[in-house]
Design a protein around this ligand. Sequence first.
Ligand SMILES: Cc1cc2nc3c(=O)[nH]c(=O)nc-3n(C[C@H](O)[C@H](O)[C@H](O)COP(=O)(O)OP(=O)(O)OC[C@H]3O[C@@H](n4cnc5c(N)ncnc54)[C@H](O)[C@@H]3O)c2cc1C
Length: 310
Amino acid sequence: MTENYEVVVVGGGAAGLSAALVLGRARRHTLVVDAGEPRNAPAAHMQGYLSRDGMSPADFLAAGREEIARYGVELVRDRVADVAEGFTVDLASGRTVRARRLVIATGLKDELPAVPGLAERFGRDVLHCPYCHGWEVRDQAFGVLATTPMSVHQALIVSQWSKDVSFFLHTVAEQELSDDDLRRLAAAGVRVVPGEVSGLVTRDDRLTGVRLTDGTTHDREVLFVAPRAVPQTDLLRRLGAELRETPFGAYPVVDETGLTSVPGVWSAGNATGFAEQVVNAAAGGYRAGATINGELLMTDLDAAVAAVRV
Ligand SMILES: Cc1cc2nc3c(=O)[nH]c(=O)nc-3n(C[C@H](O)[C@H](O)[C@H](O)COP(=O)(O)OP(=O)(O)OC[C@H]3O[C@@H](n4cnc5c(N)ncnc54)[C@H](O)[C@@H]3O)c2cc1C
């Protein structure tokens, strides 16, 4: 038998759990389906979330799961494989449920450049976000691995946390940098290092250097890199949601509450934008959850009023 929920939340990261919390507290029959692969899983700590600064991402999500359970929200470790209008939600385990409203909070995946050793060190001393990790590695010897000419921005930003920054051009040609880029890099004291990076040098499981294909190595303690963001928008595409192209992937067009172009489907967190940090993702989920509650209430009241009039 197909079970009916008022709301199914796809994704149990900060965005999905936050939507579920407000929905549960509003007495909405809610199911969270979570595949259990949050974006910040490689990191040991989560920074910049007021009152939770430094908490482990796993503990943060465990606390969120416990909070939603208090209000009767169900959470299953499963993956939504398909959704159809109406909404029918098929889980990978074979279970099918129905929902009146959906929250798609499926996050994004980080695709790292194919440099040997990079993926293993991601979230430790290979980093993408100075706001997440910059304070902890301040004043160390930084490298920045260019992947596109836009990496200049990353090299400039991280110079706020260390005055010892080498910008490895890797696959970017020096001619691709504008005169303004070069002037700003010089003003920030960032060294530009041409040549392709072939690998990392480590000692005692710590980054100690960056190796170029010409055989030279550069002593570095931290390497910043901008992964390619791959928003997890398959389900939104299946539902026919309108997407907008950005330099960081294609994200759904949403209003200020997270409502997509598909009536009844909201989205929140990294599924809606590359720059959403944990605190923003939680806020987006909350907004979506509260809006859905109000919208369901008005829909049902309008139906009741119409039924009396007939
Ligand atoms: C290494 C690293 C460190 C970071 N450090 C910080 C930090 O210190 N501070 C900070 O604010 N931000 C940090 N971030 C960013 C942070 O990870 C994101 O802001 C946050 O995870 C976004 O939350 P979300 O709920 O949108 O997505 P996620 O946390 O990624 O959660 C999405 C969930 O949806 C699930 N899912 C996906 N598809 C499906 C499906 N089809 N069916 C069911 N479930 C599905 C996933 O498995 C996942 O559990 C960091 C990111 C990285 C990569």
